[in-house]
Design a binder for this molecule. Structure first.
Ligand SMILES: [Zn+2]
Length: 422
């Protein structure tokens, strides 16, 4: 639990040393079980494990407060963004089946002759996201093996995959129905997709949210994916692993970006209207913001078809409007993970506390852009403006009892010192 806490909160060791970890011992089994996907949280709408981490953070802050010491953390996202949204699209179908053609032909005769491919959706989504200045991740199936697998072949989508990549979208693997516990399948599917993409792919999400917690994620890691985004509920939107941040599986360097909101959960299972779905997304945005977390959304690209999915696309458009009105870092899974790992590689090398001052030393093991340190000052204690020892450009902003030190770009190997004199 402590590793996950340190990674997410981004504070120096001295601050988490002050936490009475024993006190949280009774929650650690639940914590590990949710994060590994062995059991899913019983409270879908509340990220219980993020709540717990916040409680621990508050304890660490109160300790500093009591001692009159400033409390520091590496801010979560670039540009002081409050939280993050990871937009994604699972590609399950790309055209109407003959059965649907007949059905729709009876209900809407014009669809028989207008020659439109109603499930394609890629161009509409690209246009929409371009207009909003955001990019997303498309998860494609590369081998259809099972009757529940998407009926398209990788050749059918090769051109659009290239177009997506050229425009800055990410392409990930949507593991076929039975690939979640089959190394051979997964390996083959990853390679087939990479052949088309022309480079290594980093993300994977299993079709139908299929996973075996004892097998799937280890397989994903050993085959060379950088992150998985499968842990989620089937029939309700929510925080299945109880947490709304990227996290590492125990003892591994592999990341999970859990998925919280899937279009089908809202419309089919929770029976939401378009308005209801938008309001639910809004609630998720606010909850995630509260914990400075990430919200992962999966809107299937075929839902641009208003005949089959009336109001679904509108809900996505409205959600993007809401997202764009907030102070949020919108990123593909790959971009989000890249940022998170760079933030992780800014390390605290120690804290010095004397009667006159508090001093922190940091080292950037990798280059990082637009990085911020947040310092909370206990009420009533007096500190001068921080003295920052660094060759790189920075800005200092004071807000209430907080000081924000924002660096435009820190090169690899750069050392930074921050001294707060009393
Ligand atoms: Zn799927």
């Amino acid at each position: 639990m402590r590793d996950v806490y340190d990674n997410i909160v981004g504070s120096p060791k001295e601050q988490s040393d002050a936490v009475n970890w024993q006190k949280y011992e009774n929650r650690s089994e639940e914590f590990g079980s949710h994060l590994s996907g062995r059991t899913l949280s019983h409270t879908p709408k509340t990220p219980v494990m993020s709540e717990l981490l916040r409680e621990i953070e508050n304890e660490s802050w109160r300790d500093c407060e009591k001692k009159g010491l400033p409390w520091i953390q590496k801010w979560y996202y670039p540009g002081e963004k409050e939280f993050a949204v990871f937009l994604s699209h699972d590609v399950d179908e790309i055209e109407w089946s003959w059965r649907r053609k007949l059905l729709m032909g009876v209900r809407h005769p014009s669809t028989l002759t207008n020659g439109k491919n109603h499930y394609w959706g890629f161009d509409e989504i690209m246009e929409l996201e371009r207009k909003h200045g955001v990019r997303s991740t498309f998860f494609f199936v590369s081998k259809s093996r099972h009757k529940r697998d998407p009926p398209y072949s990788i050749r059918d989508v090769a051109d659009v995959i290239r177009k997506l990549r050229e425009g800055g979208w990410e392409v990930g693997l949507h593991g076929s129905y039975n690939s979640f516990n089959n190394r051979e399948f997964l390996q083959e599917e990853k390679e087939a997709l990479q052949y088309v993409v022309g480079e290594e792919i980093s993300g994977v999400r299993q079709h139908f949210v299929n996973f075996d917690p004892a097998v799937t994620f280890g397989l994903h890691e050993s085959i060379g994916f950088a992150y998985d985004s499968t842990i989620g509920y089937r029939e309700v939107s929510g925080f299945a692993s109880g947490i709304c941040h990227p996290y590492r599986f125990e003892g591994s360097s592999f990341y999970e970006l859990p998925v919280m909101v899937i279009d089908g959960q809202l419309f089919w299972h929770e029976k939401k209207s378009t308005r209801g779905a938008i309001e639910e997304v809004e609630r998720f945005l606010n909850t995630t913001k509260k914990y400075n977390g990430i919200l992962t959304m999966d809107w299937h690209q075929r839902t641009v078809d208003g005949y089959t999915f009336p109001g679904w696309a509108e809900a996505y458009v409205e959600s993007l409007e809401r997202i764009n009105s907030m102070n949020v870092f919108v990123a593909t899974g790959e971009e989000l993970l890249d940022w998170w790992e760079r933030r992780e590689s800014v390390v605290f090398e120690g804290r010095n506390v004397t009667d006159e001052s508090v001093e922190w030393n940091l080292l950037a093991e990798r280059k990082i852009d637009d990085f911020t340190l947040r310092v909370r000052i206990p009420e009533g204690s007096r500190y001068k403006k921080p003295d920052v020892q660094s060759k790189v450009k920075f800005q200092i902003a004071e807000r209430d009892n907080e000081i924000w030190i924002r660096f435009s770009a820190i090169p690899k190997g750069e050392k930074i010192g921050v001294t707060m004199a009393r």
